[in-house]
Design a binder for this molecule. Structure first.
Ligand code: ARG
Ligand code: ZN
Length: 852
């Protein structure tokens, strides 16, 4: 059944101290848990969560008892009085754990994942985030198989046993909820570093991986020290243990996990060298390392009272990692990337049957709520508060929040209240952002009264209905706005921050004699959809003149979108305005190449579809290819210049070098789109000569969209060169699954039978099935073959790993956006999924909500 936010009750029992002893073995691990429990209120029995195991023994205050019962997923022990010691013993089988929650084996390493509700698969415990306990842990394991034994907190002691086994003791002085618990045992090598905190404490850093991978951990280690320094400088947050360890494993359900003092990562967010990782991978590694590190304060020192508050830690921490990444290179390009990501994942979620508020009202399976809405829209909420309050009051608010709630389990409301208290501002209406789902739409129309020297801006907002929320109230939207003179190109006054808090409002600008052009929602100051009536000429003007780089990018995107929507609907379009604007951008020598590369990229097929009343994937594809070809042909010389103009030289990972590589591969894409005879030759030459994965994969991606012999050769060379390197073979699968070729559906079905394909590894499953679901044209093939393929894979994966299976479902949830034929085919697959025997509650929730 569903769990409701309003059903929250404080725990009847707390567990101030927990002692855990693990006798580790892949086939049978014995866990002995000693819980010091204290009653908070009422007369209730002690209820401990547990799943997938049964107690072998229960002792209360040292005495064995059988006065207990199992109710659903709980062990119920009737206790009188207010304080007891409760001991349980269980046996679990890590090597048979395919869902990768709790204690499991990944390539011979034993590791854990407890968030959100994995700890109950390890032992019996009140597995909820508002029960904070101090843990001491003893690990016992075979020396040869598991020479390294790690747990949360600081190491206490270690030693050998007579029988080829050894032990280690760890102690975590900080009370934490069970979801932050972690242990690791395995044959691991370490890359060590150290960091001296602002108060002068020395912290030992360690990144633990398989021995052969140590050389690929320098970038992650460097990112960790940068993150530690950044959090001190920007938020005044200091690290608090003597050690900070990170372990990378190959089998992991998502990106990484912030366990106290012992982060566990998907290896794709740790391992990098120029030959195997792209610039994008390097950026993502730094961002995820920072994200997990920042959780030490926003998540661990202050955690969530209940899972409805998930965005309290995730939205805030994403906002923090975005700020960190912005400070490492181009803040403008980072903002563009983040908004692109928000529009690709969160806007569709907010507009479909899986829409939910940033603070949800109910859930069946909490794992389904680790969403773009909780994470990325949540980050936008924090960003809006920072914009409304200004940097100083915002920092005063975070200081207050960190000091007041340190050591506690807090709520989103607590955070907003701190912002109010520190700033003296009323955020009453702002709270609607936490409770109302749906992306607000803002109509903006500027008129000029030349005679009076006045400009009038009319703004009107509308929040669309979402499941369970038919009627919405007006939100407060912080809109950064500026006007530019159409003739002079000069700003007409300073930027204004407009707080639109009414359904509609009119803003008057005086002293405007020249015809003004509207620049609105600069920096994407509010996560909304702007509907403006600006002409192609005005958008082209802004794309060349706006002094806010995001607004410049945005004007170009809008111009491209208007053109592509017209082309999709009418079957033909005038490409001139886009061609001219792109030419001007390419010619502007003052621009950062990384920015240029972003600005000249066309909106994705799915984003174009989001603008249309009904998605016609083939028409969108044709319209987009038509514009790509026109740009490729009409700006052929410029693309060649951009391609050849990128400086040569050995690979370095720097913002400037990254920008040049990016622009070069974007230019290659346009050369290929033009249909030039030598496109495959150029791409293949880039593929062969590249001294780095960015250029190699860039070339491979271009070739993969075509039908040349070079395509087959490159895929073959790539596969053999990286055989055995799982992260790179993932790229090989993914590149083919994203191809725009006509026969991608058939090729992907063949790849699913490739010996290297397995659903047991989440990265591999996502690289083929997840990528295919994002391939608008291939997935939405009119005969329904793409839908059937996805459903088949999802049903098969659900038997192994419900959490990762459920993540594959959202592409099917978009059925209402399509023609009746496709919608019926998608619904049929959703119904087939719901009827699958033994369906998990993860997939059940997503599929039934999608059907509506
Ligand atoms: N807290 C982790 C992070 O944001 C992710 C945990 C995801 N858990 C889940 N059940 N999906 O870094
Ligand atoms: Zn997080």
């Amino acid at each position: 059944g569903a769990i409701s936010r309003h059903a929250y009750r404080p725990p009847a029992w707390l567990v101030p101290e927990t002692r855990l002893v693990f006798d580790l073995d892949a086939a049978a691990t014995r866990v002995t848990a000693t819980l010091h429990v204290t009653r908070q209120h009422g007369e209730e029995p002690l209820r401990l969560d547990g799943a997938g195991q049964t107690p072998l023994a229960v002792r209360v205050d040292g005495v064995a008892t059988d006065a207990w019962r199992i109710e659903g997923e709980q062990l119920v022990i009737p206790l009188t009085g207010t304080a007891h010691t409760v001991e349980t013993e269980v046996e679990i089988a890590p090597e048979r754990n395919t869902q990768l929650m709790g204690l499991y084996a990944s390539g011979g390493i034993l590791c854990t994942q407890c968030e959100a509700e994995g700890f109950r698969r390890i032992t019996y415990f009140p597995d909820r985030p508002d029960v904070l306990s101090r843990y001491s842990v003893r690990l016992v394991a075979d020396c040869a198989r598991y020479p390294v034994l790690l747990a949360n907190g600081d190491p206490v002691d270690a030693g050998e046993l007579a029988d080829g086994r050894h032990w280690a003791e760890w102690n975590d002085p900080f009370p934490k909820p069970s979801y932050l618990f972690a242990i690791v045992a395995g044959d691991l090598a370490v890359n060590r570093g150290s960091f001296t905190t602002m108060s002068g404490r020395e912290v030992q850093l360690g990144i633990w991986v398989r021995a052969g991978d140590v050389a690929k951990t320098d970038h992650a280690l460097h990112a960790l020290t940068l993150s530690m320094a950044w959090d001190e400088r920007v938020y005044g947050r200091e690290y608090d243990l003597d050690v900070f360890n990170i372990v990378a494993v190959d089998d992991f359900n998502f990106g990484a996990m912030e366990n106290k003092g012992l982060n566990i990562f998907n290896s794709r967010y740790i391992l990098a060298d120029p030959d195997t990782a792209t610039d994008y991978d390097y950026d993502a590694i730094a961002a995820v390392v920072a994200h997990e590190y920042f959780h030490n304060w926003s998540g661990n020192r202050i955690t969530c009272r209940d899972w409805f508050q998930l965005s309290l830690k995730e939205g805030f921490t994403v906002y923090r990692d975005q700020g960190f990444s912005a400070d490492q290179g181009s803040a403008a390009v980072k903002r563009i990337e983040d908004v692109r990501g928000l529009r690709a994942a969160q806007f569709p979620e907010d507009a479909g049957p899986l829409a939910h508020p940033v603070r949800p009202e109910s859930y069946i399976e909490i794992s389904n709520f680790y969403t773009a809405t909780i994470y990325n829209k949540g980050a936008e909420l924090i960003r809006m508060m920072a914009t409304i309050l200004g940097p100083q009051a915002f920092r005063a608010g975070t200081d207050l929040y960190f000091s007041r709630f340190d050591g506690t389990a807090a709520t989103c409301e607590d955070f907003v209240a701190c912002m109010e208290e520190a700033s003296g501002r009323d955020l009453g209406q702002f709270r609607l952002w936490y409770s109302q789902a749906g992306t607000p739409r803002v109509a903006a129309s500027l008129s000029h009264q030349a005679g009076e020297g006045r400009a009038t801006l009319r703004l009107a907002q509308h929040v669309p209905a979402t499941p369970g929320q038919p009627d919405k109230q007006a939100m407060v939207l912080p809109l950064r706005i500026k006007l530019f003179g159409a003739e002079t190109g000069q700003p007409l006054g300073d930027e204004r921050l407009v707080l639109l808090d009414q359904p509609a409002s009119t803003i008057v600008f005086d002293g405007i004699t020249e015809r003004p052009v509207l620049s609105v929602n600069r920096g994407f100051s509010a996560p909304v959809i702007i509907e403006s009536d600006r002409s192609a000429a005005d958008l082209a003007f802004l794309s060349a003149q706006d002094d806010d780089p995001f607004a410049r990018y945005e004007a170009m995107q809008q111009l491209m979108l208007d053109t592509l929507v017209a082309a999709t609907v009418e079957g033909r379009a005038d490409h001139d305005a886009v061609v001219t604007a792109v030419a001007n951008t390419l010619d502007d020598r003052a621009l950062d190449p990384a920015f240029v590369a972003e600005a000249v990229l066309l909106p994705s097929e799915s984003f174009i579809g989001d603008q249309l009343a009904m998605v016609d994937p083939e028409a969108i594809f044709r319209a987009r290819e038509g514009l790509r070809r026109a740009l490729g042909l009409r700006l052929a010389a410029r693309w060649r210049d951009a391609y050849d103009g990128a400086p040569d030289g050995a690979y370095v990972y720097s913002p400037a070098a990254k920008g040049h590589r990016r622009l070069r591969t974007v230019a290659l894409g346009y050369i290929a789109a033009s249909g030039a005879d030598d496109a495959a030759t150029i791409a293949f030459r880039q593929f062969e000569r590249a001294d780095n994965m960015t250029d190699r994969q860039g070339a491979l991606g271009t070739l993969a969209n075509g039908y040349s012999d070079e395509r087959e050769a490159a895929l073959d060379i790539f596969y053999h060169r990286y055989a055995g390197n799982a992260l790179v073979i993932d790229k090989w699968f993914q590149t083919q699954a994203l191809s725009s070729r006509d026969d991608t559906g058939r090729l992907v079905a063949e790849l699913a039978r490739h010996p290297d394909f397995t659903l047991a590894n989440p990265n591999r499953a996502r690289s083929l099935v997840g990528a295919f679901g994002a391939n608008q044209r291939a997935f939405n093939a009119a005969d329904g073959s793409g839908y059937r393929f996805l459903a088949d894979q999802l049903i098969a994966l659900d038997r192994l790993n419900p959490q990762t299976a459920a993540k594959l479902l959202p592409p099917l949830a978009r059925w209402r956006r399509f023609d009746a034929g496709r919608a019926a085919l998608m619904r049929a697959e959703l119904e087939r999924i719901v009827a699958a025997p033994g369906l998990s509650k993860d997939v059940f929730e997503q599929a039934t909500k999608s059907l509506g």
